[in-house]
Design a binder for this molecule. Sequence first.
Ligand code: DHB
Ligand code: MG
Length: 217
Amino acid sequence: MADDDSRQGVRYADAAIVAWVDGLHARLDPALKLAFEAPTSLGLPAIQVGPSEGRLLGLFCQLAGVKKAVEVGTLAGFSALHIARALPADGHLWTIEIEPAHAAAAEVNLAAAGLSGRATVVLGSGQAALPGLEAHGPFDLVFIDADKEGYDFYGRWAARNLRPGGLLIADNAYLFGHLLDDSPVAAAVRRLHEEAALAFDTVCIPTPDGLLLGIKK
Ligand code: DHB
Ligand code: MG
């Protein structure tokens, strides 16, 4: 193994290695499997976070003692299930989903996991639904995984509605490889990065599409 920076950018994680470590550390139990496979079985877009990223969300919740969480972009509830499971019995997740079919699938999957009482699926766009959640705050976690055009709005909302020490996490922080494009959506995601870097202690975790993590100052 090189002992200098020459290994930067080299990928050691081939498919067999990822399958082996995921099988050990991020195994999908029946409820997680149902939520993970729901998009495919229901003909919805299969754009949920990967098994390791889902697990990472749950572990971050445990590390930070997250009790009240907001998710923007539920899809079929795979990440919601990881977050809700990591909350204490008196904790709660509000998860926002704009597509009624996705929200309905998430309700089913959360119920199958026994988590209906700990999670509320809020139907609507992030921009429409977030103001209505403010009375439940301040929050311990905001996880953003919705329309990328809204990422800067969601990040600003998180900065206002997280407690100091609360976590901001955003999926697709590399914007599918288009973060540096000259486009409105790329500008919005770059603004999320830039504004988060001021209000949070931040890092962009190099998952396949980047996972921005911030701890509110
Ligand atoms: C898409 C959205 C996501 O959040 C993701 O992780 C992958 C793809 C999409 O809209 O295509
Ligand atoms: Mg995503």
